[in-house]
Design a protein around this ligand. Structure first.
Ligand code: CA
Length: 232
């Protein structure tokens, strides 16, 4: 297996060092940046399998770095947030981050997230078709094993969470799920609390999947209850 390269953009040297130490031990190749400009430059010029991005950075903050990276790259981005930055998590997701993790976090949790987010890109770059499980829903095709979604044959650029949410709903079409259920099933227990995360991800998903996100044909709202997927 090819060594995975992770970029850590974090201005607090002690945090950066401890993440670096633990990821090196896990066999990752590490590059570090201690401010937004340096991080952005490295993210855009070197090839990474994943970017860990702190929000509070000097000069250019993590949100701007995230937005700039997304203009030209689909590399998985995990944002590092502090506890008091609850609102910021949602903003991070809106700007295209794949995931976020709240400080202080355990290394085991961080490494699990890194692995899950890298897995998405591995599946989608795997050209071996023999294990594909493809399901058609109208103009939308979901390849459950390759983490790939196509609309009218054109691949859609979804983040890991967007893909997992779409997959979860599509596999159980017409079944309505509450935000709390989706948070628990798609994000996992560590996300308890913020149901706005579900709404933001649904909105982003509609922008990519639907012809008219204001009049969805696939990802439906059941008023007062939650969301469901249907074939148009
Ligand atoms: Ca910081």
């Amino acid at each position: 297996m090819k060594t995975k390269k992770v970029l850590i953009i974090e201005d607090e040297v002690s945090i950066s060092d401890i993440i670096k130490f633990n990821l090196l031990k896990e066999g990752y190749e590490i590059e570090t940046a201690y401010n937004g400009e340096e991080g952005l430059k490295k993210a855009l010029n070197l090839n990474f399998d994943l970017v860990l991005l702190d929000i509070m950075l000097p000069h250019i903050d993590g949100f701007q770095v995230c937005r700039k990276i997304r203009e030209s790259s689909n590399v998985p981005i995990i944002m590092l947030t502090a506890k008091e930055e609850e609102v910021d998590k949602v903003l991070g997701l809106e700007l295209g981050a794949d995931d976020y993790i709240t400080k202080p976090f355990g290394m085991r949790e961080l490494i699990a997230r890194i692995k899950a987010n890298i897995r998405r890109t591995e599946f989608s770059s795997d050209s071996n078709d023999s294990h594909s499980k493809i399901t058609n829903y109208g103009n939308i095709t979901i390849d459950m094993t390759k983490y790939e979604v196509r609309k009218n044959e054109k691949p859609l650029e979804l983040t890991l969470r967007e893909f997992e949410l779409l997959k979860y709903l599509a596999e159980q079409e017409n079944q309505v799920f509450s935000r709390e259920q989706l948070l628990e099933e798609v994000w996992g227990y560590e996300y308890y609390g913020d149901i706005r995360t579900v709404d933001v991800t649904i909105r982003r998903l509609r922008e990519k999947v639907e012809d008219d996100p204001g009049e969805p044909k696939y990802i439906m709202t059941k008023r007062g209850i939650g969301y469901y997927f249907r074939r148009p």
